[in-house]
Design a protein around this ligand. Structure first.
Ligand code: GDP
Ligand code: MG
Length: 438
């Protein structure tokens, strides 16, 4: 993946210590290839690499104490800039009721899913949304919206189910009658851009005069994302993008192009099929995810949702001071509590990679094994696993009913995570991250 490729590039630089111009040039070549392979638009890649290279070749960077860390910081900054720098809020007109949000995009991009998630998110902000089923082309479309609407407890207006423009117009009246303050208009898409779909979107837009038009873009789509988005931009125009399916393995290739090509902000990221998996898009976080720095803020936020002040304090200590075996165990338990192992693994620095490299995922039986091995360690060993030598390893293996090789594997996993935590820590200590963990 893009993350892996970039991390490999940085690993190579780290191995060198001092960096020469040649080192930077070859790193930039690798980054260029990695971005192109991740389907980032070639013009975007060209500009990105040129700018990043110029900054990295600065004498101050090359002669600094830790040049690689500075290169990583520069790439992070440039990626963040490419993604839009700051969060871009949903703008609704304060004195208009109902507000209207219209979703457009190709078929299968995730509009209907995003509509229900957006409704859920707005409900959480004490709004009363109404979903309007304006995809009248596929018979099952309104049913799908109704099912999703019921899941999040939001009313769905279907009208006659035939005339999309009319359903849209009526939904605004229905919202008023029912005291709803936001209408979310779900529209039809085609597999490819087609004239009829564009015209219908334009007609709906004219009929309901949306406060916001959001284009839903599938992050898994390749190079042609740019064409599709440009086409919509020219015909219906829109205010921002919802990047869907960012939980897949595309990891940002599309997201990296969209902003640069259209100048339109990415407002939300859809990270799964569950109702609560729509997040306000945060460029800094996304850039860190792409660089495999892990999303400590995401983890902390997740932890905040379900757990105590203590967990928050732990997260901060772990990041700033050191990462023990106990931390690793607690993390793994928490991951399971938070659900969606893969999702949270992706946020943890180095975790996903460490797990992938060993060709394994953390399943139930592994979890049991990990717990047994960590419990067989002494307190001292858990605090500072580097003291585990051959003799200790054999003892831990025996005590837990596992092999020394398994203990070693666990140690390697810990080592990898500790190393990753270390690099994030390094960045924060340098004062180069804008926010710090609370
Ligand atoms: P529409 O045709 O644009 O309305 O797309 P849908 O909302 O029906 O979504 C198409 C498919 O993608 C469905 O199977 C959804 O469950 C799935 N999907 C939508 N958003 C996401 C997402 O963020 N992550 C994942 N993994 N799947 C999604
Ligand atoms: Mg749909």
């Amino acid at each position: 993946s893009l993350s892996d490729r970039l991390q490999d590039t940085f690993d190579k630089l780290r191995g060198k210590g001092k960096l020469t111009e040649d080192d930077i040039n070859s790193a930039m070549r690798e980054i260029r290839l990695a971005l192109l392979e991740a389907d980032v638009n070639y013009r975007v890649v060209r500009d990105f690499v040129a700018k990043t290279k110029e900054k990295c070749l600065d004498a101050e960077v090359l002669e600094s104490l830790n040049p690689t860390q500075n290169v990583v910081r520069i790439v992070l900054e440039q990626l963040t800039e490419l993604l839009g720098e700051t969060e871009s809020a949903l703008e609704l007109a304060p004195h208009r009721s109902p507000n209207v949000i219209m979703l457009v995009g190709l078929q299968g991009s995730g509009k209907t899913t995003a509509a229900s998630k957006l409704a859920y998110l707005l409900k959480g902000k004490r709004k009363k949304p109404l979903l309007a089923a304006c995809d009248t082309h596929r018979p099952a479309a309104a049913d799908q919206l109704e099912t999703l609407g019921a899941e999040v407890g939001v009313e769905v207006y279907r009208g006659d189910g035939k005339d999309a423009v009319r359903v849209a117009r009526e939904s605004v009246d229905v919202a008023r009658e029912h005291g709803c303050d936001v209408v979310i208009v779900d529209t039809a898409g085609r597999l490819q851009i087609d004239e009829e779909m564009m015209q219908e979107a334009v007609d709906i837009k004219r009929a309901v005069d949306p406060d916001q038009i959001l284009m839903v873009v599938d992050a898994m789509g390749g190079q042609d994302i740019v064409n599709v988005v440009s086409e919509f931009s020219a015909r219906v125009d829109f205010d921002g993008v919802i990047m869907s399916k960012l939980d897949g393995d595309a990891r940002g290739g599309g997201a990296l192009s969209v902003r640069a090509v259209t100048g339109k902000p990415i407002k939300f990221a859809s990270m799964g099929e569950k109702p609560d998996s729509l997040e306000v898009f945060n460029p800094d976080r996304m850039a860190k995810r792409i660089l495999g720095m892990g999303d400590m803020y995401g983890i902390i936020e997740q932890a905040e949702k379900l757990s105590s002040e203590k967990d928050l304090a732990d997260a901060e200590r772990m990041l700033m001071q050191g990462f023990t075996m106990d931390d690793m165990l607690a993390q793994m338990r928490n991951i399971r509590k938070m659900g969606g192992v893969q999702k949270v693994l992706g946020m943890l620095p180095g975790m996903e990679r460490a797990v992938q490299k060993q060709g394994a995922t953390v399943d139930d039986s592994q979890m049991v094994a990990i717990e047994a091995m960590i419990h067989s360690m002494t307190k001292k060993e858990r605090q500072d696993p580097t003291i585990i030598d051959g003799k200790r390893r054999r003892r831990i293996a025996q005590g837990s009913g596992h092999t020394p090789q398994e203990v070693n594997q666990l140690y390697k996993q810990w080592e990898q995570m500790e190393k990753m935590m270390g690099s994030v820590r390094g960045l924060i200590n340098q004062g180069n991250t804008r926010k710090t963990a609370r």
